[in-house]
Design a protein around this ligand. Structure first.
Ligand SMILES: *Cc1c(COP(=O)(O)O)cnc(C)c1O
Length: 423
């Protein structure tokens, strides 16, 4: 299916029924699977044969979504996870041990920032943060022989920074280190990180991929192209895994993906539920259509807000004059989706007044679904961050994040207009 366009893959990839089977994938609501002979089961446990044996590791409904997202990203292998956060955690656990470090953009999702800076630190894994626009030499100076991956988001939320793929990919290639990109807010419809030098792509499918605020989920896509073999940075991929009779992951066609599922999914069970995989599958059918509408609506709203006297600034990369406009045109030529942020002339109380007067866009922690919503990150999602960390994450006290839905753009603009009257 590789030659097909994204619009086609969105509805066709991942599942094709045999004669008489259901047209859309069944929800396989079963923990376990039947095998008639014991050798077949033994081979499954030794990874000598593909198949399902326990839903803690893999499930047929989840696999359908894994194949669809992997096809959309142009990757080799997908792993459906219980949430976006568990996808990031499993990725880090697959790669890092005590004493290792990761080099990451500081412009990342608040939950990711906490995981990297606080939780991983408890396991002796150090996160080294760089400003997304830092010069290559500054980022390079953070990479040493214990660095297991370099991390960033295609469209960083809520600062709406577009990742400099060329800069980071060149650094990673030079040092033989994995380049991992969270593509949640761009989706593979607008950007395919693997084609821009990334090795692994991560999604919170809870956002645009599902698109309806119905199902929590995450996805890891292994591009399959990274050379672990004899790479001194990754001894765990080059030494036998005694929990699988001496398997050496670097020898496998999908080294990272296999290790991630075989060890970390086995040990955590942080897998997507079959029901959520089904709902996300349904949502992803319309992903291409929705991303187009999210982008066109957001472009109109950004243009409107940019001219409004009560708005201090607007961050939206597809808005002409935006700091990331040229980069967005290069990496996301068809649009940058529905996420934007803007600063209201005034303090946090002015932001609150504005949000309370909105009639269509509601206040939610969630983003990136069909309905518009707003949030004041400094007092909600990012409230654990210190003032310095807030600045580093690009979050001003008057920053309002707007996730533009697929409603009529004129209705949304009229709603914003009347709410701004109240400020
Ligand atoms: C929401 C989000 C996550 C976390 O995903 P959950 O599904 O909520 O666990 C990670 N990265 C980005 C960019 C997100 O927007």
């Amino acid at each position: 299916m590789e030659k097909l366009h994204q619009e086609t893959l969105c509805v066709q990839a991942g599942y094709s029924p045999e004669t008489g089977e259901s047209r859309i994938p069944p929800i396989v609501q079963s923990t376990t699977y039947f095998y008639g002979d014991s050798q077949a089961m033994a081979d499954l446990f030794d990874l000598k044969r593909e198949g399902f044996f326990y839903t803690r590791l893999a499930n047929p409904t989840v696999e359908v979504l894994e194949k669809r997202v992997a096809a959309l990203e142009g990757g080799a292998y997908g792993i459906g996870c219980a949430s976006g956060m568990s996808a990031i955690l499993l990725t880090a656990m697959t790669l890092c041990e005590t004493g290792d470090n990761i080099v990451t953009s500081c412009e990342v999702y608040g939950g990711t920032f906490n995981l990297f800076s606080t939780t991983l630190a408890k396991f002796g894994i150090e996160a080294r943060f760089f400003d997304a626009d830092a010069p290559a030499e500054e980022i390079e100076a953070l990479i040493d022989e214990k660095t297991k991956f370099v991390y960033g988001e295609t469209v960083a939320n809520p600062a709406i920074v577009i990742l400099d793929f060329e800069k980071l990919s060149a650094l990673c290639k030079k040092h033989g280190v994995l380049f991992i990109v969270d593509n949640t807010l761009a989706t593979p419809v607008l950007c395919r990180p693997l084609a821009l030098g990334a090795d692994i792509v991560i999604h919170s499918t809870s956002k645009y991929m599902d698109g309806h605020a119905a199902a929590l989920g995450g996805m890891i896509v292994d591009g399959g192209g990274f050379r672990f073999k004899e790479n001194p940075r990754y001894p765990a991929f080059n030494t036998p895994d005694e929990s699988y009779h001496g398997l050496v992951y670097a020898d496998l066609p999908v080294a990272f993906g296999t290790k991630c599922r075989a060890q970390m999914m086995r040990d955590t069970g942080a897998i997507m539920s079959p029901q959520n995989a089904f709902l996300t599958y349904l949502g992803s059918d319309t992903l291409a259509l929705r991303m187009e509408r999210h982008s066109r609506n957001a472009e109109k709203i950004a243009a409107y807000l940019s001219r409004h006297p009560k708005i201090e600034w607007v961050h939206y990369a597809s808005n002409p004059g935006d700091k990331y406009y040229e980069r967005a045109k290069k990496y996301l030529p068809n649009g940058t989706g529905g996420m934007m942020s803007f600063g209201i002339r005034g303090d946090a109380a002015a932001c609150a007044r504005f949000m309370e007067h909105l009639k269509i866009a509601t206040q939610e922690t969630h983003v990136a679904d069909v309905r518009s919503c707003v949030l004041h990150p400094a007092s909600t999602t990012h409230r654990q961050l210190s003032d310095e960390q807030l600045v580093a994450a690009g979050i001003a006290p008057n920053l309002v994040r707007l996730s533009v839905g697929i409603e009529n753009a004129d209705d949304l603009i009229a709603d914003l207009a009347q709410a701004l009257e109240a400020v």
